[in-house]
Design a protein around this ligand. Structure first.
Ligand code: HDE
Length: 691
C-alpha cells in the first residue's frame, strides 16, 4: 500500500484528456463532467423546448447539482474553525540520550509538517477572535511515520479525566434549547459546569487572561499539555513536555479590541497568516522540551500526570531543540486544512504515552471522530494525512479505497507471499519496559486533589495590567450568567485563588456579600510566582509581524507619509494607507495617493500603531466623521502609539483624546517606532478601571 504521490497530487481541474484549448486569452483544459465528457454549455440546462421544462436526462445538470449537494462534511465537534499551513521542522539539538526517534536525534534533518491552529468552541464559520483557547496541532511527516503533536496554546486543561470531556464541551457549546451563544464561554451552562468542577480553576485563570485573545496566530505559544515519555536505545524512559515558542514573541489584543476586530474582519487571524506567508514573512516557532525523570517528578508539589497542572519553567527549564517554519499555504483549503486529521495516538518509536487519564482518553477519541467526519476508514489515504514514508499492511477495501494492493495475500502470517508486509521485531524499536500493578477501579489519585495552588500561582505571576484584565474578564463573563447562584459559586472559588481577585469580581458584579469559599480537599500551597507565565513579560521589542496604519485625506503631507512609511517598513512593519475614499487622496503636492483601505471599513483595531497625517482642512472634514473619531479614540483606548502632526492633533482634540508619551509628532520618527513596538500600558489607568 505504498503511497503513489504523483497520482494523488494530480487531482486537478484538468480534464483527463489533457488537451489544452486556446481561448479567453489563455490555454485551458476542456470543461468536462466527472466522467470526462465535454460540457458544451455550462449556462443552460437541457430543456424540452425553448421555454419548456428541464429534462431528467440532463446528466450534466444532475451530476453538477448532486456533487454540490454533497460538498459539506460534518465539521469538527470541537476546533471546527482552523487555519493551516505547510512547513518544515529542523532539529538543532539531539535528544539521542533520551530517545530513538529519528526526528529528535538527526540534527539538521528537515521534516515536512502541516500545522493547524484553531479556536475550540465556535463552528467552522465563526469569527477568529472570540475569547477562546487556540488548538495548536502539528503533523510531522517523519521517516518513521507520522507523529502528531496535538496541543493547545494553553499548557493545562479544564478536566483531569477524559470521561468529563463530553460534559465540558456540551456546557461550553451553544445551549441546546436555543442554539446560542456561538463561540463564547459567557453563558450559564459553561459557568454552571465550571462552578461545579473545581479542577478547572487553573484553566479558568488561563482562559480569563489575555492568552485567549491573541493578536496573531504567529504570536502564540503551543503546548503538548500532557507529559509524554521518551524511550532511548536501552529502553529507559524520560518524561517530556513539549513547548512551541513563537519567534515574534507573545502578543495579545485587549478585550474591547478583539470584540471590534470581530466586526471589522471576521477572518483576522486567517488573513494575517495567509498574508504573512504570501509575502515571505514565514511564521516560526522554536520547539523546546522539559525533560524529567520519575525521581524528579516524585519531588514536585503536584502530579505531572494531572493535565490541570503545568511544570513551572523555573522548576524544570526549557531546552530548545529545533524550529518549525510555516512557508506554504495549502493549495486548497478543504483538501488540506479541512480534511487534515490529527491524532495524539500517532507517535513514532522512541516517543510514548504517559498515564495521564486525559491523554489516555484522547488516544481513543480522534480516530473515532474522524471516521464519521471524513466518512471512511481510508481517510489516511487523503494526501494531507498520508505518511510520506513507505507504509504497508493487510488492511483492505472500505469506502473510498484509493490504493490498489496487489496479489493474493491479505493476511499474515503467510507462506504464499514472501514479499508481503511483516512485523518489525520489538527489539528493533526499543520499547520501554513499563510495569503496571495495582487495584483496578473508577478511582482518582489523591495527588490530583489540589485545584487552587497553580491557579493562584498563575494569577500572582501576572503584571498588574494582566491581573486587571483577568478580573474584568471574569466580571464580563459572569455578568452574562442569569443564575445568581452560579455567579456566587464562582466568586467562592476565586476566594481560594486570591482574596483580592475575588473582591474585585464581587465588586464588579455588585454582590452584596462575599460568598463562602468552598471546602478544599488539599491545602492551597503558595508557589513561587513564575514570570514566564506572563504575556507582557514575553512581548518582543520588535515591529516584525506588526502593522501600522496611516490615516490620510486630501491635503495630507506627502513627505511625512513617505518618511513614516519608510521608517515603519525598515523596522519590519507592514504599512497600510487609510483614506476616506479607496481611490485615495490628493496630497499637498498635488499628487494622488491611493489607499489600501477605506476609512469606515479599516478601523484602527486592525493596526498595532497609527499615524494621523492630515492637513487642517482634512482634519476639519474628518472631525465630522464618526469613523475618523472612532479611529483615533480606539487607538488611544487600545493603548496604541500614535504619530500626529498639526491636522492630526486637531482630530485628536475633536475626538477628546488626551496627550501622553505614546502620542508623538509625525516628525519624531525614532520616537514613534520605539512607541509602536509596545503598548502604552501607562495610559491604561486613564481609559479603564484597573482596581
Ligand atoms: Fe482534543 N479533540 N480532545 N484536545 N483537540 C479534537 O478530534 C478530545 C484536548 C485538540 O486541528 C477532536 O479530529 C478529548 C486537549 C486540537 O484538527 C476530538 C479530549 C488538547 C484539536 C477531540 C480532548 C486537545 C482537537 C475533534 C479530552 C490539547 C484540533 C476533531 C480527553 C492538548 C485538531 C478531531 C485539528 C480535536 C477529543 C482534550 C487539542 C473530538 C476526548 C487536552 C488542537 O477527537
Amino acid at each position: 500500500m505504498k503511497k503513489d504521490k504523483s497520482k494523488t497530487d494530480k487531482h486537478s481541474t484538468q480534464a483527463s484528456g489533457g488537451e489544452l484549448h486556446q481561448s479567453a486569452g489563455g490555454k485551458h483544459p476542456a470543461l468536462t463532467t466527472n466522467q470526462g465528457i465535454a460540457v458544451t454549455d455550462n449556462q443552460n440546462s437541457l430543456k424540452a423546448n425553448i421555454r419548456g421544462p428541464t429534462l431528467l436526462e440532463d446528466f450534466i445538470l444532475r451530476e453538477k447539482i448532486t456533487h454540490f449537494d454533497h460538498e459539506r462534511i460534518p465539521e469538527r465537534i470541537v476546533h471546527a474553525r482552523g487555519t493551516g499551513a505547510h512547513g518544515h521542522f529542523e532539529l538543532t539539538s539531539s535528544l539521542e540520550k533520551y530517545t530513538t526517534a529519528r526526528i529528535l536525534t538527526e540534527i539538521g534533518e528537515t521534516t515536512p509538517v502541516f500545522t493547524r491552529i484553531s479556536t475550540v468552541a465556535g463552528g467552522a464559520g465563526s469569527v477568529d477572535t472570540p475569547r477562546d483557547v487556540r488548538g495548536f496541532a502539528v503533523k510531522f511527516y517523519t521517516k518513521e511515520g507520522n507523529w502528531d503533536l496535538v496541543g493547545n496554546n494553553v499548557p493545562v486543561f479544564f478536566i483531569q479525566d477524559a470521561i468529563k470531556f463530553p460534559d465540558l464541551i456540551h456546557a461550553v457549546k451553544m445551549e441546546p434549547d436555543r442554539g446560542f451563544p456561538q463561540s463564547a464561554t459567557a453563558h450559564d451552562t459553561f459557568w454552571d459546569f465550571i462552578s461545579l468542577t473545581p479542577e478547572s480553576m487553573h484553566m479558568v485563570m488561563w482562559i480569563m487572561s489575555d492568552r485567549t485573545l491573541p493578536r496573531s496566530l504567529r504570536m502564540i505559544e503551543g503546548f503538548g499539555v500532557h507529559s509524554f515519555r521518551l524511550i532511548n536505545a536501552a529502553g529507559e524512559s524520560t518524561f517530556v513536555k513539549f513547548h512551541w515558542r513563537p519567534h515574534l514573541g507573545l502578543q495579545s489584543t485587549l478585550w474591547d479590541e478583539a470584540v471590534k476586530i470581530a466586526g471589522a474582519d471576521q477572518d483576522f487571524h486567517r488573513r494575517d497568516m495567509f498574508e504573512a506567508i504570501a509575502v515571505g514573512q514565514f511564521p516560526a516557532w522554536d520547539l523546546a522540551v522539559q525533560l524529567f525523570t520519575q525521581e524528579q517528578a516524585n519531588t514536585f508539589p503536584f502530579d505531572h500526570l494531572d493535565a490541570t497542572k503545568l511544570i513551572p519553567e523555573e522548576l524544570v527549564p526549557l531546552q530548545v531543540i529545533g524550529r518549525m517554519v510555516l512557508d506554504r499555504w495549502p493549495g486548497n483549503f478543504f483538501a488540506e486544512t479541512e480534511q487534515v486529521a490529527y491524532c495524539p495516538a500517532n507517535v513514532v518509536p522512541g516517543i510514548d504515552f504517559s498515564n495521564d487519564p486525559l491523554l489516555q482518553g484522547r488516544l481513543f477519541s480522534y480516530l473515532d471522530t474522524q471516521l464519521s467526519r471524513l466518512g471512511s476508514a481510508n481517510f489516511h489515504q487523503i494526501p494531507v494525512n498520508a505518511p510520506q514514508c513507505p507504509f504497508a499492511n493487510h488492511q483492505r477495501d472500505g469506502h473510498m479505497q484509493m490504493s490498489q494492493p496487489q496479489g493474493r495475500v491479505a493476511y499474515e502470517p503467510n507462506s504464499l507471499s514472501k514479499d508481503s508486509p511483516r512485523e518489525t521485531p520489538a527489539d528493533d524499536l526499543h520499547r520501554s519496559n513499563i510495569i503496571e500493578i495495582g487495584q483496578k477501579g473508577r478511582i482518582r489519585a489523591d495527588s490530583f486533589a489540589d485545584h487552587y495552588s497553580q491557579a493562584r500561582q498563575f494569577y500572582l505571576s501576572q503584571t498588574l495590567h494582566e491581573q486587571a484584565h483577568m478580573a474584568s474578564a471574569l466580571v464580563f463573563e459572569l455578568s452574562k450568567v442569569e443564575h445568581p447562584h452560579i455567579r456566587e459559586a464562582m466568586v467562592g472559588h476565586l476566594r481560594r485563588i486570591d482574596e483580592d481577585l475575588a473582591r474585585r469580581v464581587a465588586d464588579g458584579l455588585g454582590l452584596e456579600q462575599m460568598p463562602e469559599a468552598p471546602a478544599v480537599a488539599a491545602p492551597v500551597q503558595d508557589m513561587a510566582p513564575s514570570p514566564a507565565l506572563q504575556i507582557i513579560g514575553k512581548m518582543k521589542d520588535t515591529l516584525d509581524g506588526r502593522s501600522i496604519g496611516i490615516l490620510i485625506a486630501d491635503g495630507s503631507d506627502r513627505d511625512a507619509i513617505k518618511a513614516i512609511k519608510k521608517a515603519a517598513t525598515d523596522a519590519g512593519a507592514t504599512v497600510k494607507i487609510v483614506a476616506p475614499k479607496l481611490g485615495g487622496a490628493r496630497l499637498d503636492d498635488g499628487s494622488m495617493r491611493k489607499a489600501d483601505g477605506q476609512l469606515a471599513g479599516t478601523p484602527s483595531v486592525l493596526f498595532d500603531a497609527v499615524a494621523i497625517i492630515l492637513s487642517e482642512d482634512g482634519a476639519k472634514a474628518l472631525s465630522a466623521d464618526v469613523a475618523a473619531i472612532d479611529f483615533v479614540r480606539d487607538a488611544f483606548a487600545h493603548l496604541k502609539a500614535m504619530a500626529a502632526g498639526g491636522g492630526g492633533r486637531t482630530l485628536l482634540n475633536a475626538a477628546n483624546v488626551g496627550v501622553d508619551g505614546g502620542i508623538v509628532d509625525v516628525g519624531a520618527l525614532g520616537a514613534f517606532i520605539a512607541a509602536a513596538k509596545i503598548r502604552q500600558w501607562d495610559r491604561e489607568k486613564y481609559v479603564r478601571t484597573l482596581a
